[in-house]
Each structure stands twice: as structure tokens, then as C-alpha cells.
Design a protein. Structure first.
Ligand code: TYD
Length: 208
């Protein structure tokens, strides 16, 4: 990898983003590349507190706009406090979910519109889009079956949405990949962990 970059991992629940991100970070470290890993919503003390408010399964009355604004608020704090300083220090940032999650889940899943959600995020973080985004594409039925099989995983307020919601999120991600073909790289997350790691690594090697 040649230049410092801000790389995000996106996709539906159960697509394996978090596992693969960890493996890629370890590969980077072995190569002597300075890397930080982080996640959204969360990634800093204040943003993690906002995360707890957003994802609490008891908060069933949360309005869609409130939800979108809270994700953007958490993102703003996380960005200023953690991502921006790491980029400025020349590190590679690997972030589990970022703005595309809001565009797909709130913009399309919650029907707020991609443009409206994009605008509040521009207010939150300026025009700082990721340099590269790996989109883990997976049939939501497969993803939801994976998370249901993983008994240790906490079930959050968005996981319990119906299949239709998750299908619309997947379609939105693919629509975003068409819109930003230079930035968003789609990979088939139904493949084995080894194959997915190989694909992600080769994308990162060739795109930087
Ligand atoms: P998390 O447990 O981190 O899910 P995952 O392991 O699938 O990444 O929960 C994050 C949830 O929040 C997930 O359901 C996606 C959702 N989300 C949004 O709806 N909008 C956003 O902007 C972000 C960052 C996440």
C-alpha cells in the first residue's frame, strides 16, 4: 500500500466485515503499515454513548429522523476525535461502517432519501468521504441466518427489522456502488473467509 488512506467496510449484518477487518489490520501490521481500526456507530467515548441510545432494543419509539441525526452526531464526534487525527498522522484508518451505512439504512431502509441523509452527514463531517470502501455484498437471508446462529452476538434494534428492510438496504448499497464506482468495491461475502480476505487484500493493493 502506497499512501495513507481512509478505508471503510460496509455491508449488511452477518456479512463478516468485522472479522475480515481484524485480519486485514493484522496483515497491514505484519507489513509494517501503521493502521488504526475503529467502528461506527461508536469509536470514541461520546460516540459509544450515542451508539447505546441508538441501538437499545427498548427504544422502539425512536423516530427515523432522530435515528439519522444521532448516527450523524456520533459520526461527527468520532471523525473529529479519532479518524481525522489518525489520517493527519499518516496512518491508515480501517473503519467498520461509515457514511454509506447511513445512506443505505436511513436514506433507503427508513425512506428518508439518500440526498437528505447525505446532507446532514456533510454538515457532520464536511466532504470527507472515505478513499476506498469495501462493500461486503450478501443475501440478507444468509446474513440474518449467520447472526442468529452466532449466539454470543448482541441483537440490536436494526437487526430485528424484517427481511424487506434488509433487502432494501442491500439494494441501496448496490445502488451506491453504481454511483461511486471509483470508491466502492463490491465483493462477494458468501465466499469463505480466506477467499474474502484475498479479495479485499488485492483490492487494497491495486487501488492505492
Ligand atoms: P453493529 O452491531 O455494529 O452491526 P454490524 O456488526 O452489522 O456492523 O450495529 C450497527 C447497526 O447500526 C447495524 O444494524 C447498522 C446500523 N447503522 C445504521 O443504520 N446507520 C449507520 O449510519 C450506521 C453506522 C450503522
Amino acid at each position: 500500500m502506497k499512501k495513507p488512506s481512509f478505508i471503510t467496510f460496509e455491508g449488511p449484518e452477518g456479512a463478516g466485515k468485522t472479522t475480515i477487518l481484524k485480519i486485514i489490520a493484522e496483515k497491514c501490521e505484519k507489513e509494517g503499515i501503521e493502521v488504526i481500526t475503529t467502528r461506527e456507530p461508536g469509536g470514541s467515548v461520546i460516540a459509544e454513548k450515542i451508539r447505546n441510545v441508538i441501538l437499545d432494543p427498548e427504544h422502539t419509539e425512536m423516530d427515523a429522523r432522530t435515528e439519522a441525526l444521532l448516527y450523524a452526531a456520533a459520526r461527527s464526534q468520532h471523525f473529529v476525535e479519532k479518524i481525522q487525527p489518525a489520517i493527519s498522522a499518516g496512518k491508515i484508518v480501517l473503519c467498520d461502517r461509515f457514511i454509506d451505512s447511513s445512506l443505505a439504512y436511513q436514506g433507503v431502509g427508513r425512506n428518508l432519501g439518500i440526498d437528505a441523509v447525505y446532507d446532514i452527514n456533510v454538515f457532520a463531517i464536511g466532504n470527507q468521504m472515505p478513499d476506498h470502501t469495501i462493500l461486503f455484498d450478501l443475501d440478507p437471508e444468509v446474513g440474518l441466518a449467520r447472526i442468529n446462529a452466532n449466539k454470543g452476538r448482541e441483537i440490536n434494534r436494526l437487526d430485528v427489522e424484517g427481511l424487506e428492510f434488509h433487502r432494501s438496504v442491500r439494494a441501496a448499497y448496490l445502488q451506491l456502488a453504481d454511483k461511486y464506482p471509483e470508491r466502492i468495491h463490491v465483493i462477494d461475502a458468501a465466499k469463505s473467509v480466506d477467499e474474502v480476505v484475498k479479495n479485499v487484500w488485492s483490492i487494497l493493493q491495486t487501488s492505492m
